[in-house]
Design a protein around this ligand. Structure first.
Ligand SMILES: [Zn+2]
Length: 275
């Protein structure tokens, strides 16, 4: 009798952690995190091709984690980090070199005009709203009186609502990175598209009181179904990833952003030539 009790108890202690582990795994499953290299194939310079449509040259920088770069992990994983001190160095460089930081609305207006701005300009963007973005990046941006756009996952933001409000009050832009970070190319059904693209916009607008004009696609992927829905729902711009810093209006729903590494030389190259 006592022996079977012990057997039951040990089964309980083995199965419980496994079950909890499974629950955790399944809860994170639809939040897919691509590596920086996966999205380099999209929006290549040659996609812009021969065309008479005017182009504008403005680097759109894409950051993920602002935190000490992990010593372990794959190159791709570590590539998603920019250290807080390197981030400050990069922002200082922009300031000292006379760069104006644009809002998505300003970027849109320039894109629509088809004319390069007189002043050197840049659009700074962050994906996923990680804690380090609030803790390290936001104070630096505030200090240098710069603006940046934070693409927030409406239902899963590590940056709290009160913090988002505070950031907006201090000149930052909060735009949509969908509701739960699903792969938009694999998504099915109008209801799901509406939930990811439209509901996320409404929820974030309600949080910050600021109108949302742009979206960054999770993993930088999306297709015509998303482009059509965002167009219909008052988005002006959709951001993917890429290597180019040259843009044209007709591609406003699939724009290239260049990945930023924790490296000053690569940063300068991204600003002037792209990746
Ligand atoms: Zn993301």
């Amino acid at each position: 009798m006592r022996k079977s009790y012990q057997v039951l108890l040990s089964i309980f202690f083995i199965l419980t952690p496994l079950y909890l582990g499974f629950l955790f795994w399944s809860s994170t499953r639809d939040h897919f995190t691509p590596t920086p290299y996966e999205y380099l194939e999209v929006n290549e310079p040659d996609v812009l091709g021969e065309n008479t449509e005017p182009t504008v040259k403005i680097p759109v920088l894409m950051y993920h984690n602002i935190a000490p770069v992990p010593r372990t992990g794959s190159v791709n994983y570590r590539g998603l980090f920019v250290s807080p001190s390197m981030f400050e160095k990069q922002m200082k460089y922009l300031k000292e070199n006379g760069y104006k930081t644009l809002t998505p609305q300003e970027f849109y207006d320039i894109l629509k005009s088809g004319k390069n701005p007189h002043k050197k300009s840049v659009l700074i963007t962050f994906d996923d709203g990680s804690r380090g973005q609030y803790k390290y990046a936001y104070p630096v941006l505030k200090k240098y009186k710069m603006t940046a756009t934070f693409y927030i996952i409406a239902d899963r933001s590590p940056i709290k609502k009160s913090e988002l409000k505070e950031m907006v009050k201090n000149g930052m832009i909060v735009d949509s990175h969908t509701s739960t970070h699903r792969d938009l190319k694999k998504l099915q059904g109008t209801k799901n598209f509406k939930f990811q693209l439209v509901d996320s916009k409404e929820k974030l607008e309600k949080t910050t009181g600021q109108k949302i004009v742009s979206i960054a696609y999770p993993g930088c992927v999306a297709d015509k179904r998303s482009f059509e829905m965002i167009k219909k729902n008052d988005y002006l711009l959709g951001f993917s990833c890429g290597r180019t810093i040259t843009h044209r209006y007709s591609r406003r729903f699939y724009l290239s952003r260049v990945h930023v590494y924790s490296d000053m030389e690569r940063f300068k190259k991204a600003l002037t030539k792209g990746l």
